[in-house]
Design a protein around this ligand. Sequence first.
Ligand SMILES: [Zn+2]
Ligand SMILES: [Zn+2]
Ligand SMILES: [Zn+2]
Ligand SMILES: [Zn+2]
Ligand SMILES: [Zn+2]
Length: 447
Amino acid sequence: MEQMEAAGIAGDSVATVVPKDAQVLKPTRNTAIKCLKCDKVYIFPGDRDDCLAHLYLEHRLVIADVDEIAVLEDYLQYWEKEFQAHEFEQYCTTMFLDQLPDGSYAKNEKYFLLCDILPQDFELRQRLQEQRLNAALERHQFELTDRSFSKECLFCRTVVKGLRADYLDHLFDKHFLLVGKPEKLVFVDELLDQLEENINKLLCLYCEKIFKDRPTLKEHMRKKGHKRINPNRREYDKFFLVNYNRAKQAPAQRKQQQRAKRRSLAEDNVSVDFDKHFARQDSDGDHDSDWSDWAADGEPHSIKCLYCPLEEAQFSVLKKHMIDVHHLDFDAVTSSLNFYQKIKVVNFIRRQICLLRCICCDLQFDEFALLSDHMQQETHCSIGQRSNWDKPEFFFPYVDNDGLLCVLDDSVADGDLDADVVRIISEDSSAQINKDAEQLSLENFKL
Ligand SMILES: [Zn+2]
Ligand SMILES: [Zn+2]
Ligand SMILES: [Zn+2]
Ligand SMILES: [Zn+2]
Ligand SMILES: [Zn+2]
């Protein structure tokens, strides 16, 4: 129990004794992580981004959904051992791009994606997630029974002592603020610190709009009924136990086999898998019939809308649909983007929709219908912020057989993409886009 208490105050302190598993949620200790391919060493968590950038720039390796990995340090250490004896090709999806990592032109450059379509990777991610779940449960158990808690109320001067539940009750009884039921929350201390910080910054706890002073903020929260936190906000994910238990939305084994079959037929064409797109949400296989009529040659027959399940044979028709129904003019919003940037946009949107997250604000939903309503109502059918999609992992198709990727280059009229435009938009490099050479291919999917 002593250890657990130490972890309880870890919110502000740096060097505390933390139970072994809890490190995974709140890495307070620096861990040296060796590069998966060379001898470079990075100190996590501080060097995390440098390490990922190095893997991409030096070794052309991209880790899919890296932000979702429960214990990235352990994940990297696992793969570092594997890659001592094996080449990237043996585990990764490979793809050829006609550009160097810095964006400059080069023919047929090979890139690697490490992702959970590989069963071994999927299992590793699952295992790490379980590890994190167990740590959260342990912490949760402690928080429910620990009576040494003490904190001044966010709103009045009262110091609440005893259980964390007493504090949450006080917030609700005296100030009508609903944070959550104690039995559903974890890392309550950190959550409360975060709420306190937001209130001090005059941010509404629910919509996070900023107000000019405290009375105006209070009035807003009262009037709008914003006296609760928004559990759909991803920043709050770690405070709700349910998120630790969320079944990993990954292809079931059977689906993987189907995909593998199709992929081997598809050769090196960019391809779409609508199965994965919606089937990820459940694994009962109800959607099998959705694509049973796919041609064996792997050539997509239709192009799926970015925001709804509609499929059209012609891109022009689909673009009109997106304008009419989703108020998104695809050509207009991507007019300043080059071919590879459009690829990233499409793959990013596919991923968000598949994970049931809003493209624009990243809110998480439980059902596609709710996400869809939200995006329509808030006009969030956009392409999202560049910082969200401009990542190397989105070079790789998120769904197989994505017909939209196949028509992207066709969508640009010849005159639209002159060299000047390209040079302006590729800020960080002197990228040269060779229109003829733009070719995206998948090969060698190891399953
Ligand atoms: Zn390296
Ligand atoms: Zn109070
Ligand atoms: Zn608000
Ligand atoms: Zn649509
Ligand atoms: Zn949104």
